[in-house]
Design a protein around this ligand. Structure first.
Ligand code: KG4
Ligand code: ZN
Length: 347
């Protein structure tokens, strides 16, 4: 079965074609990052208009790269939420229209389930049950993932998501958007001994997170260095290092707890922040010692992409999920825990 995936939830237009026998046949991504950079964050209306411009040419490119015609596609999976409503509608309307024209099913996919399943696209994929750490620009969640659609919340951020915290800290230092990769690159030159930032909410039991206090800590440190405009390159690197270490160590402490609490032996990490090499190394080191296998997607499948949506749709179709009809509806807010277990996968 060949499934076309369409992702338009935020500032990336992603298209991919996944074959349940042969794997990923082709994928294409257009990132709007440079367009939004001058505003310091995503401008929803600009995002929607750009998805309209990019989607069909990218789709043609994927079909050409895969050497595939429309008639060889069996189903379409599209991101139906959560995300920016206008951006989601571009993907949903295109998916439903193509499905109607080609007389094939179109399946709505939850964006965070796409992220969660992306590590399963790698070789030797992990099997359910596992603990999932979802760390993106909009979410920070620890889940007990027992099967497809069977996700139980262990903990989440009570305020800023981890990626959002990276983006805001970067903005404070004048590093531009998106902040995660920039802070991470700078942190490599940082002196780990100069500043120590707190590890929020690790001194009490529980698996929830809070990253907004780190912003204040960051702001105060910048002020102590004479303000944003007075920062030297080394100041920036040292602050980036302390900030990144605080986020990473907080995530590591909570992941270790989640493994102990559930008794699972696999941790699956996904979402934009899972591209962070420091986080990967520390989780491997800290959890590896306890016999836990840590899985994450290849770098380009950590951030938003069409492959994870095609794959999630394919798994759901294989598990027996049916075409819900031709209505075009999206959900800007959509808690992942509202999904219900599908088929017998993972049992
Ligand atoms: O999953 P994603 O592409 O979009 C959402 O669904 O939110 O995640 C984007 C987030 C941004 O906040 C970005 O700063 C962060 O992921 N990010 C990183 C890294 N690469 C992307 N954060 C830390 N280190 C990175 N290397
Ligand atoms: Zn995402």
């Amino acid at each position: 079965m060949r499934v076309l995936g369409i992702e338009t939830s935020c500032d990336e237009t992603g298209i991919a074609l996944y074959d349940t026998d042969r794997g990923l046949l082709a994928e294409a991504l257009y990132s709007q990052v440079s367009m939004h950079a001058e505003y310091g964050g995503v401008v929803p209306e600009l995002a929607s208009r750009d998805h309209i411009r990019r989607l069909l040419p990218l789709l043609q490119q994927v079909l050409d790269d895969a050497g595939c015609t429309a008639g060889q596609i069996d189903a379409i999976a599209y991101t139906a939420g959560p995300g920016l409503a206008g951006a989601l509608l571009v993907g949903a309307a295109t998916a439903q229209s193509l499905a109607f024209a080609w007389d094939i099913p179109a399946l709505p996919v939850h964006h965070m389930e796409g992220h969660l399943l992306a590590p399963l696209l790698e070789e030797n994929p992990p099997a359910f049950p596992f603990v999932a750490l979802l760390v993106s620009g909009g979410h920070t969640m620890l889940l007990d993932a027992r099967g497809l659609g069977d996700y139980h919340l262990l903990g989440e951020s009570l305020d800023d998501a981890a990626g959002e915290a990276f983006d805001k800290a970067a903005k404070m230092m004048g590093l531009g958007y998106p902040g995660g990769p920039r802070i991470s690159a700078l942190a490599q030159q940082g002196d780990p001994a100069r500043f120590t930032f707190p590890r929020p909410m690790t001194d009490r039991p529980g698996l929830d997170f809070s990253f907004s206090g780190l912003k204040t800590y960051c702001l105060n440190t910048i002020a102590a260095c004479g303000g944003k405009d007075a920062l030297s390159e080394q100041d920036r690197a040292d602050i980036a290092r302390a900030f990144e270490t605080a986020v990473v160590e907080t995530l590591v402490i909570k992941c270790r707890r989640a493994m102990q609490e559930t008794g699972h032996t696999t941790l699956v990490m996904a979402g934009g922040v899972s591209a962070n090499t420091h986080l990967r190394a520390r989780l491997n080191e800290a959890l590896g010692k306890q016999g836990v296998r840590v899985c994450y997607p290849r770098h380009d499948l950590c951030t938003d992409n069409g492959a994870m949506i095609a794959y999630a749709g394919a798994l759901r179709l294989l598990a027996g999920e049916r075409h819900p009809g031709l209505g075009i509806s999206v959900r800007a807010r959509w808690p992942l825990m509202e999904l219900v277990p599908v088929g017998g996968i993972g049992e």
